[in-house]
Design a protein around this ligand. Structure first.
Ligand code: SD4
Length: 334
């Protein structure tokens, strides 16, 4: 006679066996588990909530995001609030207010956001608004579109209560005037980038992400790069995970970087392995890859994280289990 306990164990074993396949790379991956997981919960350990973001200023952004996450809030709210701290900081000259201008002296901002339902919003070539992340969210939630740029985005923001501000600080203006003396443009500089990308998994198990930047300093007027492009600088698939990037945006766009990272996770790779695969794709396809920096960070549904960069020096901030720490990323060029 089958006891109830034995029946449950046997049922679980057969459901698990039926629902798991061995990936060619040897990792056991979950396939079609959603009804199983709905009934019995995840078979893997879960670190929730968790937030990860790029560079050392990610520590401060994580701190803010954690307030929302630790009180049971939504990952979408957490990532928006987190990166707003960096957007508003005039001392950070790569994001939002205080960002270095383009070659003509205009500060133009790019941002994107995605929620757990696959909704996406993006804004590019936006001037005079301190919080492009919130404009991206506005576009996602209040318009039928994914991306609005330039004057149209500014008009939309102003009509929805955003304030018009001068984003060019004294310091950034001075740096631009200094640059004008030579007008030497080095978009491929290894260190000319510090975009903030942030990914979070909330207590409900939902993932959201965002990416926001003033882009590469002294870029062409009108230049838009990965941070505003869904699939390049940011991608979230709540069934699998999320990824975001920093570094030379043109390079990331050419391989649809963040989407590639998420697809690699879907096919069984860990977040770190997936980031590494995307960096290796750049190295295979772009001959000049040694001359610039690109880095990805990623998170999966189980709350595992990872990162990989082309060059040494990339760091990411990770807040989990109540601890907020800066980590050195692994990288390709040793
Ligand atoms: C861009 N990915 O615009 C961004 C650069 C970056 O701080 O990381 N900027 O290409």
């Amino acid at each position: 006679m089958t006891t109830r306990r034995k029946f449950i164990v046997e049922t679980l074993t057969s459901v698990t066996a039926a629902a798991s396949v061995i990936h060619p790379a040897g990792r056991r991956i979950s396939k079609g588990l959603s009804s199983f997981e709905k009934t019995f919960g995840s078979t893997k350990s879960t670190n929730k909530p968790i937030v990860i973001s790029t560079w050392d200023f990610g520590i401060r952004a994580n701190e803010e995001a954690w307030k929302t996450l630790s009180s049971g809030g939504r990952a979408l709210d957490a990532v928006e609030k987190g990166v707003r701290i960096i957007e508003a900081d005039p001392k950070i000259n790569t994001v939002g207010y205080g960002g270095l201008p383009d070659r003509d002296g205009y500060v133009t901002l790019d941002a994107s956001i995605m929620d757990e339902n696959g909704n996406a919003g993006a804004v590019a070539f936006l001037q005079h608004i301190m919080h492009p992340v919130s404009v991206a969210r506005l576009i996602m939630e209040k318009t039928p579109h994914v991306m609005i740029v330039g004057d149209g985005a500014l008009e939309l923001a102003l009509a929805n209560g955003f304030k018009k501000v001068n984003l060019l600080t004294k310091e950034s203006k001075k740096a631009w005037q200094e640059w004008l003396k030579t007008s030497h443009y080095i978009p491929v500089g290894k260190y000319n980038h510090d975009t903030i990308g942030m990914l979070a998994l909330d207590n409900s198990g939902n993932i959201s992400g965002t990416c926001t930047t003033s882009g590469i300093a002294f870029k062409y007027h009108g230049r838009v790069a990965d941070s505003a492009i869904i699939g390049a600088g940011l991608f979230v698939d709540n069934e699998v995970g999320a990824a975001t990037s920093t570094g030379l945006g043109e390079s990331v766009i050419k391989i649809a970087g963040s989407h590639l990272v998420v697809e690699e996770m879907r096919n069984g790779k860990s977040p770190k392995e997936a980031c590494e695969a995307a960096i290796k794709r750049i190295a295979e396809k772009q001959k000049d890859y040694k001359t610039f920096q690109v880095a990805f960070i990623a998170i999966n549904k189980q709350g595992e994280v990872g990162s990989y960069a082309i060059q040494k020096g990339f760091q990411y901030a990770l807040y989990k289990n109540g601890e907020n720490k800066l980590h050195d990323s692994e990288y390709l060029i040793k």
